[in-house]
Design a protein around this ligand. Structure first.
Ligand code: ATP
Ligand code: BTN
Length: 251
């Protein structure tokens, strides 16, 4: 695909053995970057997750990567981006023959019902003009018990598969898929990904609860809207919920 090739050829990869966080690195250099540029590391001493949480990032061949993208129409244009990126990662893994992967709204990738990978979107810029976006992705390749000691929820890694994908191949295909999906997202918005989301969503049609501080709502998970809100059906009808403080759980 010529479009993908063009973007791929113009992008750079900043490679580190040891760095605090690939997301933090790109966020610190936004003025020197071009959409599609990557930062990749072997180890992160301060890998980050959502809401100030930690992404456990030991040495051992795991994938820690961030991609820079500029949106011309401000932060609103990037609403729901973590869902697109989660879809991109699942698409690449499935194309590489990985079965049993799916997503949990809004940013988690699961393999065999345990967390395999995460997506962290961070932004800087104006609400209504140019907005710099850093898309961070962490994927567990083959975790030893010792490496995983600090992970405080059920986790998985790609070594659970009979045939483990090659990390370099995964990284290359992921960058190509991301560029393609981001270009489509810029033109068509999230509605272009709504059907794919339902196909990869582990909770679609399932009874779920949403935790929002002290508040809990229950219902059946029935997809997303054009803003990336999760749709919940219950006795009140279909309601949309959005926001960084919401966590989705099985009922
Ligand atoms: P949510 O709040 O949406 O339910 P979550 O509990 O997975 O999601 P996130 O902020 O998305 O929270 O991800 C950070 C969490 O991921 C950490 O608190 C930890 O439980 C888990 N985690 C950290 N490192 C890893 C890793 N290498 N592999 C799997 N899980 C990890
Ligand atoms: C999450 O599930 O909360 C998101 C985890 C995102 C981890 C990746 S690893 C590469 C990039 N750099 C970081 O510090 N975090 C992201």
């Amino acid at each position: 695909d010529e479009k993908v090739l063009k973007s791929g050829l113009s992008s750079r990869c900043f490679y580190f053995d040891d760095i605090p966080s690939t997301n933090a690195f790109l966020l610190g250099h936004v003025n020197e970057l071009t959409s599609g540029d990557l930062c990749v590391a072997e180890y992160q001493s301060a890998g980050r997750g959502r809401r100030g949480r930690t992404w456990v990032s030991p040495y051992g061949g795991h994938l820690y990567a961030s991609l820079y993208w500029q949106f011309s129409q401000g932060m609103a244009q990037a609403m729901g981006l973590s869902l697109v990126v989660a879809c991109s990662l699942v698409t690449v893994l499935r194309n590489m023959g990985v079965a049993g992967v799916g997503v949990k709204w809004p940013n988690d990738i699961y393999l065999n019902h345990k967390k395999l990978a995460g997506v962290l979107i961070e932004m800087s810029g104006q609400a209504d003009s140019v907005c710099d976006v850093v898309i961070g992705i962490g994927v567990n390749m083959s975790m030893s018990e010792q490496q995983s000691q600090k992970i405080d929820q059920p986790w998985s890694d790609l070594s659970e598969l009979t045939q483990m994908p090659d990390k370099t191949m995964l990284m290359i295909k992921l960058q190509q898929q991301l560029v393609k999906d981001l270009e489509q997202f810029e033109v068509d918005g999230l509605k272009a990904f709504k059907q794919l989301w339902r196909d990869v969503d582990l909770f679609d049609g399932q009874p779920i609860k949403l935790l929002m501080g002290d508040n809990i709502v229950e219902g059946t998970c029935c997809g997303i809207d054009d803003q990336g809100a999760v749709l919940l059906q219950n006795e009140l009808g279909i309601q949309a919920y959005i926001g960084g403080e919401i966590s989705l759980r099985a009922q």
